[in-house]
Design a protein around this ligand. Structure first.
Ligand code: F6P
Length: 546
């Protein structure tokens, strides 16, 4: 059982940060920039092709020094090394946490329980490459000999959000010869709509599930199988139209998929950290083996940066620490991710699972309740500029403080007239408006009537970070995802939680299993089986479901 360390809020660094926050309360970003003309060039860091400008965060050099001290005191470096060395840092599940091994070069050795895992990683990658290229070229055909025209990934959570986000993000680099669909929800509508216009003879299903027991995925996969067999009328068709990605060979076999058509991964890859494992098979089919390897190289570049850059110039550490500052010292309950790139439109959904399933915890590694600090903020977001015409009003003038990460690119994949300049102008404008606002004096100087002045005033002082890259390529996406993976890791170490378990999803699953039995049973549920609300809703549903 892990030994409790000094409680976070009793560490010297935490106390110093709190005192520093109290002493510097009121320093507005307007003043910070006015007092320090070089701020916008100094409070920046670069790594793995990403440029981070955090000068519009409500921090000073002293804040950053104290935050780095906090990372040191909380043992971020030792924990990082333990992760890279394959130690079982997922303590509640007694597992190593080695998504970094998924992008390690063939020459590296990473031991788990005395066994080097790198050769296995590359063996799977090679099998994936072979399969992906056969699907792309048409050499892998369906049961009737027709080439595959549609790839449907069936998975949920980490077995869906990563591949779905990556496909959307890399669409510009993806083959247009194939359609890609992602089915996750147990709501039958998801599968029905995804397959409505597909021809079963030309459709390949990738059943992606680490455990191969997840009810949503198993239900969707079974219905997909029925859809296929209703058309092709021969069980042997399953072998040409279904492949599995899983750690659970026995379950894959039980489902009826030939293990020869299975791509494996390992219990040391968490679901939300798995988009660069075989779970990325759909991504590889979309962008090709080379494109996928470029994606891995981007992840790897950020891993190397995370491992070697000094803490005060280390992008994931800085992003993690700024998140702690905003959440725990400035009281922000949420954080927004605002990609100024349409291809990254599902990045916020991906980041929600990564951050909130990892650090949405209320006990420490040793099981002590966390009562005097906040852990993960609620992440949300939409791509710019769409969000500007929706929720940005609240960001600028609402009563909540919402730190934002603005992500943008210097070159567009689809240069079209002035579009990209307008897009980037908006990104820059929002960072500027959020930071500096517009004072009442400025509003008055425009001749605004006095009664309207408060409405037209922007307080500013709203923190943002800007992440800029040259263009959105596979390598850029890898670096961006690894940036947030390691930022979430850094925060988890500081908060003292297990970032790699997810016990909080279990209770709902258990109750749903019981409820589905009660819904489908002939007999009325036993009186008192549930609270009065759930019982009444259950009775109403049973009476009306038709
Ligand atoms: O329910 C949460 C979860 O366990 C996630 O952590 C995971 O990504 C998802 O379900 C899917 O799990 P699997 O890949 O085993 O189907």
């Amino acid at each position: 059982m892990p030994i409790e360390r000094t409680p976070l809020t009793r560490t010297p660094a935490w106390a110093n940060l709190a005192a520093h926050r109290d002493a510097s309360r009121g320093a507005h970003l307007r003043e910070l920039f006015a007092a320090d003309p070089a701020r916008g060039e100094r409070l920046v860091a670069e790594g793995a092709g990403l440029y981070l400008d955090y000068s519009k965060q409500r921090v000073t050099d002293e804040t950053m020094r104290l935050l780095v001290r906090l990372a040191e005191e909380r043992g971020v470096v030792a924990r990082r090394e333990a992760m890279f060395a394959g130690e079982k840092i997922n303590v509640t599940e007694r597992r190593a946490v080695l998504h970094v091994a998924l992008r390690a070069p063939r020459t590296e050795r990473i031991l788990v329980d005395g066994k080097d895992v790198v050769p296995e990683v590359h063996a799977v990658l090679d099998r994936m490459s072979d399969f992906a290229e056969r699907v792309r070229s048409g050499a892998w055909t369906g049961f009737t000999g027709r080439r595959i025209r549609a790839v449907v990934n069936v998975g949920i959570g980490g077995s869906d959000l990563g591949p779905m986000m990556a496909y959307e993000a890399l669409r510009h680099h993806a083959t247009r010869e194939l359609a890609f669909r992602f089915v996750s929800n147990v709501d039958g509508t998801d599968l029905v709509e995804a397959t409505r216009d597909l021809d079963p003879a030309e459709t390949l299903f990738i059943v992606s599930s680490k455990t191969f027991t997840t009810i949503e995925t198993m239900t969707n996969a079974a219905s997909a199988r029925a859809w296929l067999l209703a058309a092709l009328k021969d069980e042997r068709a399953v072998a040409r139209h279904f492949v599995a990605v899983s750690t659970n060979e026995a379950q894959v076999r039980r489902f009826g998929i030939d293990p020869a058509n299975m791509f494996g991964f390992w219990d040391w890859v968490g679901g939300r950290y798995s988009m660069d494992s075989a779970i990325g098979l759909s991504t590889m089919i979309a962008v090709g083996s080379e494109g996928f390897r470029e994606l891995l190289a981007g992840f790897r570049a950020m891993d190397e940066h995370f491992r070697t850059a000094p803490l005060d110039r280390n992008l994931p550490v800085l992003v993690g620490l700024l998140g702690i500052w905003n959440t725990d010292f400035l009281g922000a309950a949420t954080a927004a991710i605002l990609p100024y790139d349409q291809y990254l439109r599902r990045f916020p959904a991906y980041l929600q699972q990564l951050a909130m399933e990892s650090n949405g915890k209320r006990v420490t590694l040793a099981g002590a309740s966390i009562t005097d600090y906040a852990t993960s903020p609620i992440w949300w977001g939409e791509p710019g500029t769409n969000g500007q015409h929706s929720f940005y009003q609240l960001l600028h003038q609402g009563t909540h403080l919402v730190p934002c990460d603005l992500v943008g690119f210097c070159r567009s994949a689809n240069p079209l007239g002035r579009h990209h300049d307008l897009l980037v102008a908006n990104l820059l404008a929002q960072g500027e408006a959020l930071a500096f606002g517009k004072t009442a004096a400025e509003v008055r100087a425009e001749g605004t009537p006095e009664w309207l002045v408060p409405h037209r005033t922007f307080p500013g002082n709203r923190p943002t970070s800007t992440i800029f890259a040259d263009e959105l390529r596979p390598a850029t996406l890898g670096a961006l995802v690894a940036l947030y993976e390691h930022a979430v890791f850094t925060q988890g170490v500081i908060w003292g939680v297990d970032s790699f378990d997810q016990w909080g999803v279990e209770l709902g699953k258990v109750l749903a299993t019981r409820l589905v039995a009660e819904i489908e049973a002939a007999a009325e549920p036993a009186a008192g089986a549930h609270d009065s609300s759930t019982s009444a809703l259950l009775r109403r549903y049973r009476a009306r479901r038709g």
